[in-house]
Write a protein that binds this ligand. Structure first.
Ligand SMILES: [Zn+2]
Ligand SMILES: [Zn+2]
Length: 250
């Protein structure tokens, strides 16, 4: 598997990065995890507009899904060849309604489903192209999922947005690469069931036995070096900060 960080800024875009979006590729299949603000532009650095094969949305906060409205335009009004065939989109209950409303119900309330084949995510295991995918409900103010993607004996686990939860620890058990949010700073922000801080991300990785930790979703107003140091204090394995255009072979 190859992971490419398309965007990793938390909550709102930074000057350097779009919001959450990660491209996972194997056997020529492209699965995109989240499409937050600015991600569609960045994505075109890595593949063609119409080269995606499936999209997973961890939850329906704008910083994880709002560029799906822009992607609707690109697929529905495609200049050469007319509208694109529907691409599978896996998201929480209400994804179609959320995106349709954000796009202001035009041209019709069902237009989105002409180019997106919506599937409702529940905690489960299913196949997406060559990948086996496990989803688990995580702790966030809205219905939100973490995802584990497996291929050829390797795994990548992405937290989405979450507070501390055993569900994430189970999902990331012995995972090869744990892409984990660390939006808060230890000792500074402590709102339960909203986000992890660097220390909590590191502790979750340690308890899960993850082999490698990549911290992501750090907002522009947060010092990433502090979160990185906090994670390294409690997790012995390699820890990186996600960066736009970074790639990992898993
Ligand atoms: Zn977020
Ligand atoms: Zn969120």
């Amino acid at each position: 598997m190859k992971l490419t960080v398309v965007g990793c800024s938390g909550s709102f875009p930074s000057a350097e990065s779009a919001c959450s979006s990660y491209l996972v590729e194997a056997d020529g299949f492209r699965l995109l995890l989240d499409m937050g603000n600015g991600a569609l532009g960045e994505l075109q650095r890595h593949c063609g507009l119409y080269d995606l094969d499936a999209i997973f949305l961890s939850h329906l906060h704008a910083d994880h899904c709002i560029d799906m409205c822009a992607y609707f335009v690109a697929r529905y009004y495609r200049h050469d060849g007319g509208p694109c065939p529907p691409i599978p989109v896996y998201g929480p209950e209400g994804t179609e309604h959320r995106l349709t409303t954000a796009y202001a119900d035009t041209p019709t309330a069902s237009s989105m489903s002409e180019v997106f084949d919506f599937h409702t995510v529940k905690p489960s295991t299913f196949d997406v192209g060559p990948f086996t995918v496990h989803t688990e409900r995580v702790r966030h103010p809205v219905e939100a999922y973490g995802i584990r993607v497996e291929h050829a004996g390797k795994s990548l686990t992405y937290s989405g947005d979450t507070g501390v939860t055993e569900a994430l620890e189970d999902l990331a058990r012995d995972t090869d690469l744990f892409l984990c949010e660390a939006a808060f700073t230890h000792g500074k922000e402590n709102i339960p069931d909203l986000h992890l801080n660097g220390r909590e991300a590191g502790e979750t990785a340690a308890r899960a036995g993850a082999r490698r930790l990549v911290l992501t979703h750090i907002p522009p107003w947060t010092d990433p070096a502090v979160n990185l140091a906090d994670a390294r204090e409690v997790f012995d394995g390699p820890v990186d900060l996600a960066a736009p255009r970074a790639t990992y072979e898993i």
